[in-house]
Design a protein around this ligand. Structure first.
Ligand SMILES: Cc1ncc(C[n+]2csc(CCOP(=O)(O)OP(=O)(O)O)c2C)c(N)n1
Ligand SMILES: [Mg+2]
Length: 588
């Protein structure tokens, strides 16, 4: 890379670290300033690296995650040893389950003081041991470049966060360093035998269905997935929260599986005799029954493709497991079946008609489902002037710019949005994924916007989660990163309240919220704050906010919605309360 040092040279460990960042193409690092690494921070600008100071370190690591998810490049964050570093934890766990190549740089108490309980001391390796793919500890300053480079390589190799732990005294000194060029390992399509077996199964299938997962997005394999689907005339469903893994306008697109997913997709996969699970670990939460439909086809033969061999057959029984890159595997399978007679060929038109019919039914059902119909929702919406969440989500869907990036938080309304969020291109949808932490969406979209400044950036956030994350408005304003947050103001921690409605006799412990005007707070912080109370204004507000991003303006759209609640997250995981003590006998 131009401007980077190459070959063996004498430098300081700080210089070796910064040169390794530069050698890996790093141009942005998120964090909060700290003495522990100030010696390296001081030369970031000279190395062409922008430091983005955030409000909270959790925000910094989420931003690194969003940055990585849209760009496919590393996201990098850094913080002060001790409290700065422990503030990263939740966001690193989220990035782990989002498969994001985030390099978490964690300066540590100095090696000569470690264990003495001086200041800002904690053992930082155990804390991250289960939420990183690799932990590099700079045990000697002379190894700074080597270990830093390995953290960057492993984050890409294993598609997940890595930790670079540096005792703070190890930034200083002098040594000879080699700045390594990045090692990027090409993944192949998978083993010959398993690909041949999979091709046989696909060729013999009467009703093949493809599940397109996050691995398809990571591998830039959407085109290969389309090619294979078209060869087979196979319906394509997206795995849970990977709605951007297949273009929604394609006739074979059937929408996402999982919580609040597409009934069309669920009904079609239920018919499959062969399922090709392409680039998905088939996570347990993503295939649970929904809407009373236990749709997973238990007798179907399952072909699973995943770049991580450990995921093959982990959750669902499989017939063939292929350890490979989703794009390369799809191409290899298409090549193998391209010229063969396909058992599904004769029924291709019938299948196309069935896909179209199921999709039309689902769209009609969504159109005729303006509000939730359970007794709780009907009672709270009855005399409320506020908007129905489902109608707001439909309006937002219609007004969403074509190339928008959307992040979603983990509340009830954000979850219902799964039915309404459709995308034409990959690297567009950044949901909170399996870690499911409140407070994910807003900082993630800020990171995404930094990586893709020309794309409209929109976060969907519940009012509870907004309380956790709105501080980062300051980052948008200070650093001029214009985004749009859509805040669903329903005065409750709705997703959890739903459990109290369903299981705990409407006893609302801790789930009601008193809120100030979020729009007024946004304005006080230097952003635009808009209260939206009428359905007719929803689309206009979103379009205007996305346009305002071009002028550098961040907007908070405060959507005043009713307290109605969609289906719960975890019907599977709760049971009716049992009380044995007399004093609690009414709490059932
Ligand atoms: C960090 C964190 N704390 C708590 C939870 C548990 N939780 C899941 S959803 C939810 C409620 C979200 O409320 P809100 O953001 O207002 O969205 P709503 O459900 O009202 O649409 C809570 C508290 C969580 N997932 N993450
Ligand atoms: Mg809420």
């Amino acid at each position: 890379m131009a401007g980077c040092v190459s070959g063996r040279q004498r430098m300081t460990p700080s210089e070796a670290l910064v040169e390794t960042l530069a050698a890996n193409g790093v141009t942005d690092v998120f964090g909060i300033v700290g003495s522990a690494y100030m010696d390296a921070l001081d030369i970031f600008p000279a190395a062409g690296i922008r430091f983005i100071p955030t409000v909270h370190e959790q925000g910094a690591a989420h931003m690194a995650d969003g940055y990585a998810r849209v760009s496919g490049r590393h996201g990098v964050c850094i913080a002060q040893n001790g409290p700065g570093v422990t503030n990263f934890v939740t966001a690193v766990a989220a990035a782990y389950w989002a498969h994001s190549p985030v390099v978490v740089v964690t300066p540590e108490t100095g090696s000569l003081g470690m264990g003495l309980g001086g200041f800002q001391e904690t053992e930082q390796l155990p804390i991250f041991s289960r939420i990183t793919k690799y932990q590099g500890h700079v045990n000697n300053p002379k190894r700074m470049a080597e270990i830093a480079a390995r953290c960057f390589d492993r984050a890409m190799l294993e598609m997940g966060p890595t930790q670079l732990n540096i005792p703070r005294d190890h930034f200083y000194g002098e040594a000879e360093f080699d700045i390594a060029q990045p090692i990027r390992i090409e993944r192949g399509a998978g083993g010959e035998k398993s690909l041949n077996e999979a091709a046989d199964l696909l060729a013999q299938a009467q009703f093949p269905v493809i599940v397109s997962g996050g691995g398809v997005v990571l591998a830039n394999g959407v085109d290969a997935c389309i090619e294979l689907a078209e060869l087979l005339g196979a319906p394509v469903v997206s795995s849970y929260l990977h709605n951007d893994s297949f273009p929604a306008s394609h006739p074979l697109w059937c929408g996402p599986l999982g919580y609040q997913g597409s009934k069309a997709g669920m009904n079609l996969i239920a018919r499959a005799d062969v399922v090709l699970a392409l680039g998905t670990r088939l996570g347990p939460f993503g295939t649970l029954p929904q809407y009373g439909l236990d749709y997973w086809p238990k007798d179907a033969k399952i072909i699973q493709v995943d770049a991580d061999a450990k995921m093959l057959g982990l959750v669902k029984k499989i017939t063939v497991g292929i350890c490979g890159d989703a794009k390369a595997a799809a191409r290899a399978l298409a090549e193998r079946i391209g010229k063969r007679p396909l058992a599904s060929g004769a029924s291709r038109e019938g299948r196309a008609a069935e896909i179209a019919k199921r999709k039309a039914e689902w769209e009609a059902e969504l159109d005729g489902w303006p509000q939730e119909r359970d007794p709780w929702s009907l009672s709270v919406a009855k005399d409320s002037p506020a908007m129905h969440p489902r109608q707001v989500l439909r309006e937002l869907e219609r007004a969403m710019p074509a190339d928008a990036m959307v992040s979603t938080d983990i509340g009830n309304i954000c979850s219902v949005s799964n039915s309404y969020l459709r995308f034409e291109k990959p690297h567009s949808f950044f949901a909170a994924m399996s870690f499911g932490n409140c407070g994910y969406a807003f900082p993630v979209i800020i990171g995404a916007k930094l990586a893709a400044p020309d794309r409209p950036a929109v976060a969907y956030v519940g009012d509870g989660a907004w309380g956790m994350s709105f501080g980062e408005i300051l980052t948008c304003v200070r650093e001029k990163v214009p985004v749009t947050a859509v805040v669903f103001h329903n005065k409750q921690w709705g997703a959890e309240k739903k459990n109290q409605v369903d299981f705990y006799g409407n006893r609302f412990v801790g789930s009601n919220l008193e809120n100030p005007s979020f729009a007024a707070i946004a304005r006080a912080m230097g952003a635009d704050g808009i209260v939206v109370e009428k359905l007719a204004d929803v689309g206009t507000a979103l379009r205007a906010a996305c346009a305002a991003q071009k002028e550098g303006r961040t907007s908070i759209l405060e959507m005043m919605v009713t307290r109605e609640l969609g289906d719960p997250f975890r019907r599977d995981a709760l049971s009716k309360p049992v009380r044995l003590l007399d004093k609690y006998k009414n709490f059932t």
